[in-house]
Ligand binder design. Structure first.
Ligand SMILES: [Zn+2]
Length: 139
């Protein structure tokens, strides 16, 4: 599905993974080194250490797993509602994990808050759609 927050997120994850792999390959070559972390101020050094390529790859793997859990299902046989038009969806789609409202006994269509919150991380990217914007405060 083009222009979906899930496709958008997979593209961002592929970028992060590719760059992290390039750093790993660069550092693995004989005689090549990264920069000297001891030259950095302590908070910057800790930040760089927490965002090394291995941790980026781990974050990418975890985020892909979350996206797999929160993919959309198509509900056939339902009826079109205004709620579905939220976030620009064009069919009766809902998150396979968290769209069911126990108390209400019905489904919420569209992108779930988990996917939208993951996409919000890249809100400055040119392909981010304002339709996907959710509040960090949950309001
Ligand atoms: Zn979900």
């Amino acid at each position: 599905m083009e222009n979906s927050p899930i496709a958008f997120l997979h593209a961002r994850l592929e970028e992060r993974e590719r760059i992290a792999q390039q750093v790993i390959e660069h550092l693995a070559q004989d005689g090549k080194r990264g920069f000297d972390l001891s030259q950095l101020a302590e908070p910057v050094r800790r930040h760089v250490n927490l965002n090394d390529p291995a941790s980026v790859l781990a974050d990418v793997a975890v985020t892909r797993r979350i996206l797999d859990d929160h993919g959309l299902e198509i509900w056939e046989g339902g009826t079109w509602t205004e709620e579905q038009e939220f976030h620009g969806l064009t069919s009766e789609e809902f998150c396979r994990r968290c769209s069911y409202h126990e108390g209400v006994g019905s489904y919420r269509y569209g992108w779930c808050p988990t996917v939208l919150l993951l996409a919000l991380r890249y809100e400055g990217h040119e392909d981010f759609k304002e339709d996907w914007r959710v509040s960090l405060s949950g309001e």
